[in-house]
Each structure stands twice: as C-alpha cells, then as structure tokens.
Design a protein around this ligand. Structure first.
Ligand code: PHE
Length: 457
C-alpha cells in the first residue's frame, strides 16, 4: 500500500503547515488560564525556559525522525527499532483523547461567534452568561457537533488545503488583533495589577509542591501547544525536504507559537484583574477566556465591541479548525493505515467515535457536573489531564530514552545536518540524554502520586 509521499513546497511551506497545527486553542484558550492559575510570572518564566530547551530538542528530534524514516509515527518508531513501535502507538492515543474535547471548546468559540454576529455584546459580558450556556444540554451538545462536523467535513472532502490557504491570511490578522486587544486590556482601569501578576514572577509563599505542579502544567502545555509527543511532528517531518534546515524551522515555529500564547495571556490576564475578581478569579480554569474577554469587548462599546468580538472569535475559530483538522487527519490516517479502510469509512467512524468520547466533556459543565474524576473540576479537565499531564510526558520520556540510549542522538544530528549546520547540537544531546529523562520522571511520578492521593505535594 505504499503511496508516494508528497512533500511541502519550499521552506516556508513546512513552517506554515506546522505552525497551522501548532497555533490553536492551546495558545489562545489554554495558555492564559494555566498562566493565571499557576502563579502568572512564575508559569511564564518556567514555560519559556522549557520551550527553548525541552520544546526545542523534542521538536527537532520528532521532525528528524519523520524525515529520516519518511514514515508516520507508528511505522517510524517501528522502522528505527521494532521493539519501540509501542511509543508510536502510545503517542497515537493522544489525538484520540484530545480531539473530542478540543471540539467542545471549538464549539464554545463557535457559539461566541454567533453571539457577536447577533450583537449580544452586553448579554455575553454578564457574569452568569457562560455558565448558563455550558450547563444547557441543547446548546452545549449542538455547538460541539457543529465544530466537530465542520472538521470532519473538511477531512472527508479532503479540502484542508483550502482551509490552510484561508488561514494563512487569517493568522497574521489574528496576531495583529491580539496585539490590539492586549494593549487595550492592559490600559483598562485596574489592569496594571494583572500585567504585573503575569509578567513578574512572585515567589512569596511558593512551595516545592506548587513548583512541581507548575512545572508539570507548563510541560504539558508545551507539548500540547507545539503538537509534540503525539506523533504529529513526525508525520510532518516525513513530508519535509532534505535541504530545509530543521533547526531554523523549529526556531521559527517556536517563536510564532510562543509569541501568540504570550500575547493571549497579556490579553486575558489583565482583563481578569480589571473586571473579574482579580487574584480570586485567576483559578477559573477552562472558562477564563470566555468569561473575561466579553467584558473587554463590552467596555469597547456596543458597536466597536461587536466588531472586535466578531472578528476575534472568527479568527480563533480558524486557528482552532486548522488544529482540529490536523488532529483528525492524524487519527483518520492511523485508522486507514492499520485497518485498510477507505477514507470515507474511516472519517465517519472517527467522527462517530469522537461524538461518543466528546459528549461527556460537553455535558460535564451541566447535567454531568457532579462527576469529578480524580477530584478534578470536570470531565473535560480530566481528559485534558490524562493526555497532557500523563500520556504526553510518558511519550516524551520514552522518546528521549529511545533516542538518547538506543538509537543515539548522533544519528538524528546527522539527519538534521543534511539541511545545514546544527548549532545547538550539544544542547540537543544533553537535553535528550540527561536533563529531560530525569526531569520528566521526577515531575511525572510526583504528580501522578499526588493525583491519586498517594502523596500530597
Ligand atoms: N497545538 C494545538 C493547539 O495549540 C493543538 C493540537 C495538538 C493540534 C495536537 C494538533 C495536534 O491548539
């Protein structure tokens, strides 16, 4: 069943496609609420350090594995070493868990887009608005299905290229709009406290336990945001031409991805201090953006608020779609490769499976809100925790051990150097062989013990 692999045209094609997968709800919805929840400046600092070390090394490794083998994740690990193909399988589990609940959040974005289309600027800014929406069975399922359906339709028709083209225009506009909203947010009365909270690390009362949780949250966010530890970058790497510099591409993707996350935080966190309960409200979790931004838009006035709100949610929707499409593509191609099904059948089965898996998350803020798996706030947060804080760190750890000690970094460095000198190869080797394995093991073990109530950190 060997198909000839197509490749990205030129250097910029690869970076744009990978950035399309990387930039999504992770940057705009997830990053700000985690930063708010985990101490603002400390989270930001930890995240940036991890991004330029772990994130960089792991992304280089995954892309190089993909380009070297010319295979997608499961086959790639298998080709390098038969015994290690299970890493690919484990990684393949991640998009299966993420896509359903990602579509729930995508549904929330779709809902807020309709709100601003209708001009309900003041209503959306009300304190109870978001809670009212997510606890209502009909709309919470309806918007989830619309978003998931749109994703499935694009994958089914194979028109990703069209969406990617549109998103190439939308992404830069999103950046400009995010900068605009961030500046506006920062100048709101009372927002300065939030800016300080977000930018200046404050270690007062910061215990080792809190630091451990912050590290785990930041690491999970890094993997999630950069689409790492789930095989996606391996697949992208397999389409990459040999003369393109992996190192430069990774730097560019990282800069873009982290830049947007940083700006999103600057947009959301000060607004929480200006309008909501400030520090009392920073732990709001998944709802944070949907509660605080409408208040910013309302402050702009009914007309300007409507326009900015509409444009914002439209752009976020596109960013979310390019990511959800890349998630679904991955799942569909695994199903096709392994079961030999046609594209249509595979798409429909994945679609149905996602509905089944996503419904509990969609209902977890209403009729199922009494279910709190592992003591986490809601079902969506549970799936989010399992994928980002458990499976992804395990996949990353196994990848580092495999590359560091079985396959050896040298073989990947050679692959990376085909496209030009690899300046950070010492950093790469040290992170993959020593720092990452020790560090990930420590955080992982302590946090899992904590989650299961065996040891309190
Ligand atoms: N990186 C995407 C985001 O930040 C999410 C994603 C993860 C997309 C994995 C594709 C694959 O939203």
């Amino acid at each position: 069943m060997e198909k000839k692999r197509s490749s990205f045209t030129g250097k910029i094609g690869f970076v744009l496609a990978a950035a399309g997968s990387a930039v999504g709800l992770g940057n705009i919805w997830r990053f700000p609420y985690l930063a708010a929840q985990y101490g603002g400046g400390i989270f930001l600092l930890v995240y940036l350090i991890l991004a330029v070390t772990f994130g960089f090394a792991l992304m280089c490794a995954e892309i190089a594995i993909g380009r070297k083998t010319g295979q997608s994740a499961i086959n790639a690990y298998g080709q390098l070493n038969k015994k290690f193909s299970f890493i690919g399988w484990l990684g393949a589990l991640v998009p299966v868990i993420i896509l359903p609940y990602y579509s729930v959040i995508g549904g929330w974005v779709t809902k807020y887009l309709t709100v601003y289309i209708k001009g309900e600027v003041a209503a959306a800014a009300g304190d109870a608005y978001f809670g009212g929406f997510v606890s209502n069975v009909g709309p919470s399922i309806g918007y989830f299905l619309i978003f998931l359906g749109a994703t499935a339709l694009v994958v089914l028709l194979g028109v990703e290229k069209g969406i990617e083209k549109v998103s190439k225009i939308m992404m830069p506009i999103l950046v400009v709009l995010t900068i605009f909203i961030a500046v506006y947010s920062m100048t709101l009365p009372g927002a300065m406290e939030g800016v300080k909270y977000y930018l200046i690390p404050n270690f007062d009362g910061f215990t080792v336990g809190k630091l451990g949780k912050t590290l785990l949250a930041a690491m999970g966010q890094l993997f999630y945001s950069m689409s790492l530890a789930m095989g996606i970058m391996i697949t992208y790497g397999s389409y990459m031409k040999k003369d393109v510099s992996i190192e430069k591409s990774v730097r560019q993707i990282e800069l873009f991805d982290t830049g947007i996350a940083f700006l999103a935080g600057l947009m959301v966190v000060p607004a929480v201090f200006a309008f909501s309960g400030g520090e009392a409200d920073v732990g709001k979790g998944p709802s944070l953006m949907f509660v605080s931004l409408p208040k910013v838009f309302e402050f702009m006035g009914p007309v300007a608020g409507r326009i900015v709100g509409l444009l914002f949610f439209l752009l976020v929707l596109f960013a979310a779609l390019t990511s959800s499409i890349s998630l679904m593509e991955t799942v569909v191609s695994i199903v096709r490769d392994k079961l030999g099904w046609g594209r249509k059948v595979a798409c429909l089965v994945v679609f149905a499976g996602c509905i089944a898996l996503g419904l509990p998350s969609a209902l977890g803020f209403g009729v199922l809100s009494h279910i709190k798996p592992l003591g986490l706030d809601d079902i969506l947060t549970f799936f989010d925790f399992i994928s980002n804080s458990v499976i992804m760190p395990i996949v990353a750890l196994l990848t580092c051990i495999f590359i560091g000690y079985v396959f050896k970094p040298k073989a990947l460095i050679e692959e990376i150097e085909i496209g030009g000198q690899f300046k950070a190869k010492t950093l790469f080797t040290v992170v993959i062989k020593y720092i990452a394995p020790v560090f990930i093991t420590l955080i992982l073990v302590s946090s899992v013990l904590d989650a299961f109530g065996i040891m309190k950190i």
